[in-house]
Design a protein around this ligand. Structure first.
Ligand code: CDP
Ligand code: CDP
Length: 220
């Protein structure tokens, strides 16, 4: 049976890494909804400076922002108005703006609509913040993936270092904590663990252990 698997959780919990590996094992499509919010934030930053971004500006711009997400040969590609921006989605300026962009109803409506269309035939693993609670409430398996904020900041730190970026661990920790707060406290579709979701605290788990655990649940 072609299942729908929803993975939600805070920043750096391992959602995209684990979701991609689970999707590859099951030969499912992986849908990175965070990348879609990041793409909107990236485009907004092309139109104006970070200091000048207001909710009104974002709302007025959203109709002209065309986000396309594709997943081909186990690789996610994100295009905005025809431009491939996949490699630019994790830059600090986007990290800082994305939660504000994601708190706006018109942005969410547009992206959620696209996300549901992409999942309509099943055989998908989708990760984000509101997948179980809002985007795909009938998902066959719902996972709430988390880890301590220290561990999540460490993971991001290692990842950035490996990619050659010099970032301060403390700055990453502050950024992650601020984004968690904004995502959990916003009015529209906040990050929550739904009652029917399985909680997986991965603080002391490696990637393979998490993947195996989810695969065993998906097979039942
Ligand atoms: O990878 P990381 O956990 O840092 O973030 P992400 O999954 O790329 O998501 C970036 C931001 O997009 C989050 O901090 C949320 O503000 C927003 N987001 C959301 O509101 N709803 C989703 N389904 C996915 C992401
Ligand atoms: O998508 P999300 O923000 O939840 O996290 P991610 O980008 O998948 O993972 C953040 C970093 O943590 C990546 O570099 C992963 O390789 C690493 N990771 C880990 O070390 N142990 C885990 N159990 C899960 C992820």
């Amino acid at each position: 049976m072609k299942k729908v698997i929803a993975i939600d959780g805070p920043a750096g919990a391992g959602k995209s890494t684990v979701a991609q590996l689970v999707a590859a094992q099951l030969k499912y499509v992986y849908i990175d909804t965070g990348a879609m919010y990041r793409a909107v934030a990236w485009k907004i930053l092309q139109e104006t400076t970070a200091e000048n971004v207001t909710n009104e500006f974002i709302t007025a711009s959203i109709n002209d922002i065309d986000v396309r997400l594709s997943y081909i040969e186990e690789k996610t590609k994100v295009e905005v108005n025809g431009q491939d921006i996949t490699d630019q989605l994790k830059i600090p300026a986007v990290n800082k703006l994305v939660s504000q962009v994601a708190s706006i109803g018109q942005v969410r409506e547009k992206l959620v609509d696209l996300q549901r269309k992409m999942a309509k035939d099943g055989a998908v693993v989708m990760d984000g913040r509101d997948i179980a609670s809002n985007v795909l409430p009938n998902a066959d398996l719902k996972i709430f993936l988390t880890a301590s904020v220290e561990e999540r900041a460490q993971r991001r730190f290692k990842e950035m270092k490996n990619k050659g970026y010099a970032v301060a661990l403390n700055e990453l920790k502050t950024d992650i904590a601020a984004r968690d707060r904004a995502d959990m406290q916003r009015k529209i579709s906040p990050l929550v663990q739904t009652k029917d979701a399985v909680l997986l605290d991965t603080t002391a788990m490696n990637i393979d252990e998490v993947v195996q655990k989810i695969l065993s649940m998906a097979k039942n």
